[in-house]
Design a protein around this ligand. Sequence first.
Ligand code: ADP
Length: 213
Amino acid sequence: MHATNAFTLGLTGGIGSGKTTIANMFAELGASLVDTDLIAHELTAANGIAIEPIQNEFGAEFIQPDGAMDRAKMRECVFADPAKKLQLENILHPLIRQETNRAAKNVNGAYTIFVVPLLVESSNWRQKVTRILVVDCQEETQISRVMARNRLSQEQVLAIMRAQVSREQRLEAADDIIFNEGDLTQIHEQVIKLHSQYLQLAKSSLINLEEND
Ligand code: ADP
């Protein structure tokens, strides 16, 4: 059986839309999560596998005493210099891909959800998943949630949002949409409904594979 042919869901949404909150609801119901943001974060945490190449290419001053990448310093550096940004991406992207594939092989849920903030932006990701679930909310809601969660200014949140595709483009790419505003109990009901559809799709993709073997 080829795992790449089996049903896989890509879950995406703008910053603060509620991806993590909703992905965790699916995980509680039995789906496996592969969170690319978490993987990316671990790469540059203390003992992360990206630390050595970053130190070699950017210098020891980008590594904190605790062994993690100095995020604030790196953010400043790549923001000011697109070539540096590319250099960092050239280190991180292959490692993210490698670690994502590894994580996807080690799951045992009913089906796998890839949580990918920039899924719509990436043709690789769009090809890799069989279905796309977009978590959507109003832009004002995104802004107020991220300002509260990350203690950022409105301008900082807007700058992050501008670097992502527009809400319309994301919705256009969606097979399914959860409009995440208001009561989370009501959102949970939508998650339960979608989860049962995904279980069916996962089951039928397995049968198709067996027929093709
Ligand atoms: P993302 O992973 O898309 O950036 P999160 O799931 O972390 O978003 O949600 C952003 C913030 O908003 C979190 O603090 C979360 O607890 C909160 N949040 C998410 N959905 C809701 C909701 N329906 N009502 C209230 N707060 C929410």
